[in-house]
Design a protein around this ligand. Sequence first.
Ligand code: GAP
Length: 448
Amino acid sequence: MSQQPDLMDRIVSLCKRRGFVFQASEIYGGLSSCYDYGPLGVELKRNVKEQWWRAMVTSRRDIVGLDSAILQSPRVWQTSGHVEGFSDPLVDCKNCKARFRADHLEGDACPSCGQVGTMTEPRAFNLMFRTFMGPMEDSAATVYLRPETAQGIFTNFLNVMNSARLKPPFGVAQIGKSFRNEITPGNFVFRTREFEQMEMEYFVPPDEEDKWYEYWIQERFDWYQRLGIRKDKLRLRVHGDDELAHYSSGCTDVEYQFPFGWGELEGIAKRGSFDLGRHSEASGVGLSFFDEQTKERWTPHVIEPAGGCDRTAMTFLVDAYEEQEVGKDAKGVADVRTVLHFDPRIAPITVAVFPLVKKAGMPELADEIEGRLRVAGFRTFYDQKGAIGRRYRRQDEVGTPWCVTVDGESVDAEPEQATVTIRDRDSMDQQRVRVADVVDWLRDKMPN
Ligand code: GAP
């Protein structure tokens, strides 16, 4: 597989230059592996979450949402197995003191100082962040920042099932921050210590587990493609027995081929009755389902599609990125435009509106059209500065699918006959559309 590290550098640089992602605490030298999302990044991430929520919750009858607390009783994490088992094998280099995940090391030489045979034996390093609740900083006050959103769903199993009057098969979905003290974060927002997850626990009759496992693998694999991720950059990878988490009897990852190699976007896991069973035992509250028809009580099994918002947002960025040669200048030097081919549902700005020049009534009409589009619910952007070609290129670079330009023809015609040009980001073609039809024209072009 070819490695393209400099491509990743160029994407990271675009992210900073155009306001997608900034280093957190940058003015103080930054905080390792922590990132802030800028004006365009926050819209990109909101679109990712919105599309996920639509696909998983609002377009279906069988799945409802939840927003549980980041801080939970420590007993939740004792019972789930995280206090005891949520750890990575840590090794130290005795020479330079650098620390690594033992399972990420290749060979015997330290990746930091190059010395051979200087690593300590691996020891388990728990990935949960700890803090204190209330004014006492002692062990009785210790609480954990959640390392996954899933447990808040399991502990609310009865609350949700009873209040929403559901019966298996049904699902509970949640989007929210999780925290892991990763030993080796890296690759931009791919692996960080604070990140956002999109998880859904699907509770099924035990004998339907395999059917729903296959269903969710296919459904989640298709979701990325429906939103425009290239199929040849995606693959499914089945976990070997030695990789499975303590709660899981099967797991398949959706992976994407990043410039730095294949990386996991999402795991679809069979969790069986592990979590409901353990929490029932530890809490004394029976987390099970009573079937009124058969008069039988049983513990549902769980299929869990669990993905990451940050990784998914980064995947859309990487997959959409292109440096495209669009011609040559008089000296034969290539004219290259940088373009993000986002699906319109993912693009941070849907439509930009420009007056061709800053006079002759053009800014006024452009301003009016932009206002109309904004009210109609489009994410808009208005710009009247600089050459029109430069303004188009700036929108290409952030992936805006359409640019509406008000020109001389627009302001010279009778208002009902007035037209504007609409430029398509990918083909760069322009067509004239009546001002009165612009909103409908764009609505028509938006994928469902
Ligand atoms: N509840 C199951 C669970 O948490 P996971 O595979 O550990 O499973 C699910 O995490 C997803 O969360 C991953 O596929 C990834 O997209 C995201 N994720 C996990 N750790 C991450 C990290 N350190 N940085 C960014 N995203 C992360």
